[in-house]
Design a protein around this ligand. Sequence first.
Ligand SMILES: Cc1cc2nc3c(=O)[nH]c(=O)nc-3n(C[C@H](O)[C@H](O)[C@H](O)COP(=O)(O)OP(=O)(O)OC[C@H]3O[C@@H](n4cnc5c(N)ncnc54)[C@H](O)[C@@H]3O)c2cc1C
Length: 239
Amino acid sequence: MIKKVGHTIQKLKPSLVPLVANEQSLKICKEMQGLSLKNVGIFLKDEENNKNIYEDFGEMLFTHFGVSGPTILSSSAHLLRYKDIEQKIKKNKIILEIDLKPGLSIEKLDNRVQRDFEKYKNREIRNSLQDLLPQKLILPVLKLSKINEDKKINSITKEERNNLVKTLKSFKIRIKDFRPIEEAIVTAGGASIKEINPKTMESKLVDGLYFAGEIIDVDGYTGGFNLQIAYSTGYTAGQ
Ligand SMILES: Cc1cc2nc3c(=O)[nH]c(=O)nc-3n(C[C@H](O)[C@H](O)[C@H](O)COP(=O)(O)OP(=O)(O)OC[C@H]3O[C@@H](n4cnc5c(N)ncnc54)[C@H](O)[C@@H]3O)c2cc1C
């Protein structure tokens, strides 16, 4: 309707939306489906340019399609605006790194792992990481660290231990896609703000036409910003 009366529409895209893992990472996500992690560091990276796209700390969740939860939803808002994102995703260059132990440096974490190894030295490694990790994470972490899960702690090499520490600091999931717009919390894009008077929300092109809420090309993070946009623009237009 607004297009018909001459308004410009910025391309609609999903924002605040879960992310889909590629085939290789999907297996791992499925194994951990339902597992919610608190107090983790998340880093979205463009592997091609070795660039950090987004960095956050907080909660995330593994699902049957990939990853979700507050930090992931916020990261999606940055990812969708990243230059050439569609090509990067197609080329498998977007990677999510999860720091499972953000409070510990590599060195401190290594000391901690060594203490646990000492405590459980006669066990298989799969039965010795429960002080450090939730049960559902243990086998995927060992897989990514290339350590045989049945190996006895006292035969783990230094290289394997280093791999384990690296994986704990940087658990990698490759991103293949965004979930569809129907699952997005908010739509990015919409009626161009250039054609709307921000003091009244009236159209600059058509007298008596007012805009409010998500139809306008504005969107924010979770945390009430989108509701605030809807209320404030609605109030202004109403006045
Ligand atoms: C699952 C979910 C969780 C969210 N959580 C948050 C959050 O925590 N914090 C936050 O800030 N935002 C959140 N949002 C976003 C926020 O709800 C929206 O940005 C906000 O509600 C947009 O308000 P609106 O009035 O512009 O549009 P809407 O709330 O979508 O209202 C549009 C209304 O128009 C009606 N309508 C559509 N077409 C027609 C038609 N042709 N004729 C008559 N009526 C029509 C629709 O039925 C609807 O009632 C969430 C969204 C979703 C989906």
